[in-house]
Design a protein around this ligand. Structure first.
Ligand code: SAH
Length: 222
């Protein structure tokens, strides 16, 4: 009798790499110019951030459901926010909404020191294990409420919020360095991508960009 056993190993093949190249071209075609962002999209195996049964969707420019009713953001959206963030190597970035960890990986690829918070326990645990398994080393991954930020590690050079915020949480503004940038989608049903640049201790310059749709940034009481 022959005993056969199938061991499922998820791999990153040349085919995946080719599809990522195409994805980066699509994102560039939609107006993203930052080469470092496009290089990260070409490099990161997005299919591994999703359940294996949905692999076919990984290199389409679309958001997709992951665990706990959440989504992995659309690559274009990730690229748009990252470009607006203007992050340089060695800078500290606070990310609100770790989710699948894809945006975290993009920031790591760009040489940022990433601190990320997720309020869904299940996702937090899963993503923490997964990112370390595929070799990404954010400075800090925490389970907590993004509305409060991360005062123990503040201030940050950059802050990126990856869920739709009904209003701008004050703790986040106060945890931004002078000269720092925060990119946050603000609004209830539709969110306006908003940039805050901290000009001094109590002066912020606000600029508004395109409309997007994110899953909501939930408060603890929800
Ligand atoms: N950056 C993620 C996007 C995930 S969607 C990615 O690249 O995949 C937004 C995430 O924000 C969800 O995982 C959701 O659980 C999380 N979230 C919602 N409200 C939050 C809060 N108050 N604090 C921290 N995370 C929150």
């Amino acid at each position: 009798m022959v005993l056969s056993k199938t061991v499922k190993v998820r791999s990153d093949t040349l085919k995946h790499q080719g599809k990522r190249q195409q994805l980066a071209n699509i994102v560039a075609g939609k107006g993203i110019k930052d080469d470092r962002v496009l290089a990260a999209i070409k490099k990161i195996p997005r299919h591994l951030f999703m359940d294996s049964s949905f692999e076919d969707h990984a290199y389409q420019d679309k958001a997709f459901p992951i665990a706990a009713d959440q989504t992995i953001s659309q690559p274009y959206t990730v690229a748009y926010q990252t470009e607006l963030l203007q992050v340089s190597k060695g800078e500290t970035v606070l990310e609100i909404g770790t989710g699948s960890g894809y945006q975290t990986a993009v920031l790591c690829e760009m040489g940022a020191k990433v601190y990320s918070i997720e309020r869904q326990q299940e996702l937090f645990r899963k993503t923490k294990m997964f990112l370390s398994k595929i070799g990404y080393r954010p400075r800090y991954l925490g389970f907590g409420d993004g509305y409060k930020g991360l005062p123990d590690y503040a201030p940050f050079d950059r802050i990126i919020v990856t869920a739709g915020a009904p209003y701008v949480p004050n703790p986040l503004l106060s945890q931004l360095k002078v000269g720092g940038r925060m990119v946050i989608p603000v609004g209830k049903d539709v969110q306006v991508m908003t940039l805050f640049e901290r000009k001094s201790a109590n002066e912020f310059q606000k600029s508004e960009y395109d409309d997007f749709r994110f899953v909501p940034l939930l408060e603890d009481r929800n």
